[in-house]
Design a protein around this ligand. Structure first.
Ligand SMILES: [Zn+2]
Length: 558
């Protein structure tokens, strides 16, 4: 396309007072893009190579490239230029202004005193080692976290359960002092950059307002607490029989996990049998194809099956923000891996959209990490959706109906149990960073009693909060998993109701509906980071993020 320059020049003369700010901003963004983009691509490639081969040299290279990227963002001259341009408020191009705001946060996070940053990194690595090397001592034997989980899930002996739970909690005494010190260092970092505390800083730098997130958590609590209370009663009746003890004697070790963060096994749903012998790679590709999104080239570039040395989990990576998107997985023919494939390719289809050539480099990301998580969850949930299983694997209507009720119940249980756990995590971290010197043991148990409705073992005054590794090493992020679930439900409802006119909105599978893929592409994926996440959600669905569709889906009485 040819551009006629004459009117543009006239326009530039009229707005000449702002043109130099616009030019300066555009130049600055270009400079940063040119220096960051090649390093980020190389870093992503090294991470990919490291996780697919297990060879250390790639991880070393990955770390040193990340240091180089931080060096770029820590440049105080550039930071001050960005700050000045924003403060003068004369950038007339909204996209350029958005890029500058995003760069401001990236630079601000790197303006801290390097000595302090180093202390925080050292303290974190020390803690990482402590968590990694800890083994619970159970009846004279050292056992791994997985073994603790196994005992808690399978044993029916009250004494064994109690001992296993207590043995794992011993890690608390080894790490709690370090975590409090680390929290104070993180707070020092936050105040040096002008924030109240580290919790506020973490949320704000990622584009979240703590008050906004707290309001969502309150809304969620209000909509789900009664439903959780009645589910909890059902669980307690079940466990009181299972462990042959009074309901009033049920303790935190009776809920089949160290933290009561996952749903206990109340319903026996075996979905693995439907995926046995199936080609999950094909099913994933076929499904996305049916909603109008071609993932075949991503599938080809991916690394999907187990190999020695390879990372055992799953993730999706956008190597170059230019369409080189890959998934790492270790497929086996189970329901869990079907869900994982749909989940990771949910991230992938989002990336296809935000990598659009129409978006400048710093816009080529999801509006927030939780919005791409939401898309992954929206599709990942399908592997447990009886209708979807029928459509994709060809089971009979009768067979589908025979598992439908248990599927629904187990999904509800899983969601509500997890959501109560997130309430504890979010509120604890928020409070801890507001005052790390308070009685944290008490704070933790008050939250656990209130939100998870678990009984505190009599007289217990131990740092049980510090036994969850995320508190120490992945701070102030946990709530995003819940926000992802809320958005997944909001999108599920909006698409089913407004885009498809479905008569069963909360269980709609979208199979064969090309307009669904198109709508997601146009309204969410290609928007990238153009708008703040809540503005993007409002533009797409007509409402800001809300817990009401999540409640509609999993509580159902609205
Ligand atoms: Zn994910």
């Amino acid at each position: 396309m040819k551009i006629n320059f004459i009117p543009l020049i006239t326009l530039l003369m009229i707005v000449s007072c702002t043109s130099s700010d616009n030019d300066n901003a555009a130049n600055l963004v270009r400079e940063v893009t040119d220096s960051v983009a090649p390093l980020a691509k190389e870093a992503a490639h090294n991470y990919w190579m490291g996780t697919t081969t297990g060879e250390n040299r790639y991880f070393t290279e990955y770390s040193s490239l990340n240091v180089k990227i931080s060096d770029i963002y820590s440049n105080p001259v550039k930071f001050n230029k960005i700050k000045e341009l924003i403060e003068r408020g004369k950038i007339s191009d909204p996209l350029l202004k958005r890029e500058l705001d995003l760069l401001y946060n990236l630079f601000l996070a790197n303006q801290a005193d390097t000595l302090l940053l180093r202390k925080i990194i050292e303290k974190s690595s020390l803690l990482e080692q402590k968590y990694a090397s800890f083994r619970a001592e159970f009846r004279g034997e050292k056992i791994t976290d997985n073994q603790v989980e196994e005992i808690l899930r399978n044993s029916t002996d009250n004494e064994i359960l109690k001992e296993a739970w207590l043995s794992h909690k011993e890690i608390g005494n080894l790490v709690s002092g370090d975590i409090i010190e680390l929290a104070k260092l993180r707070n020092q970092l936050a105040t040096s950059l002008g924030f109240d505390n580290y919790h506020t800083m973490s949320l704000k730098l990622s584009g979240q307002d703590p008050a906004e997130v707290s309001a969502l958590m309150d809304e969620l609590d209000g909509l789900t607490s009664n439903a959780f209370a009645s589910l909890k009663k059902e669980m307690d009746t079940f466990f009181s029989k299972r462990y042959k003890t009074e309901v009033s004697n049920l303790m935190p070790w009776h809920y089949q996990g160290r933290f009561f963060q996952e749903s206990p096994q109340l319903y026996q749903v075996d979905l693995d049998k439907y995926y046995k012998g199936k080609n999950l790679e094909k099913l994933t590709e076929q499904y996305y194809e049916s909603i109008g999104i071609d993932v075949s080239s991503i599938m080809e570039n991916s690394d999907l099956y187990s190999r020695s040395g390879k990372n055992q989990h799953a993730y999706c990576i956008d190597i170059d923000r230019n369409g080189d998107i890959r998934v790492l997985a270790n497929i086996s023919d189970t329901e869990q891996w079907m869900g994982t494939m749909l989940h990771e390719f949910g991230h992938a289809v989002y990336a296809i959209g935000h990598d659009s050539p129409k978006n400048p480099y710093f816009i080529r990301e999801a509006a927030h990490p939780f919005t791409t998580e939401a898309i992954a969850m929206l599709f990942g949930r399908l592997s447990r959706n009886p209708q979807w299983i029928k459509e994709m694997t060809g089971i009979s209507e009768q067979e589908m109906e025979s598992v439908a009720e248990d599927c629904r119940k187990s999904l509800t249980l899983q969601q509500l149990v997890f959501s109560r756990w997130v309430q504890v995590m979010y509120r604890f971290e928020k409070e801890m960073y507001s005052n790390p010197d308070q009685d944290l043991n008490n704070l933790w148990w008050n939250l656990v009693q209130k939100y998870q409705m678990l009984s505190k073992p009599e007289g217990r005054d131990m740092p049980d909060w510090s036994t969850k590794v995320h508190i120490a090493l992945y701070p102030c992020y946990y709530h995003n998993y819940q926000l992802g679930e809320l958005l997944a439900s909001q999108l599920q409802y909006h698409i089913s109701n407004k885009i498809m006119d479905s008569d069963n909105p909360m269980e709609e599978t979208f199979t064969g509906q090309k307009e669904v893929g198109m709508w997601l592409m146009d309204n969410i994926f290609t928007q990238g980071m153009r708008y703040d996440w809540n503005e993007m959600i409002e533009r797409a669905t007509g409402e800001k993020l809300t817990a009401k569709y999540y409640a509609m889906q999993f509580v159902g009485n609205l």
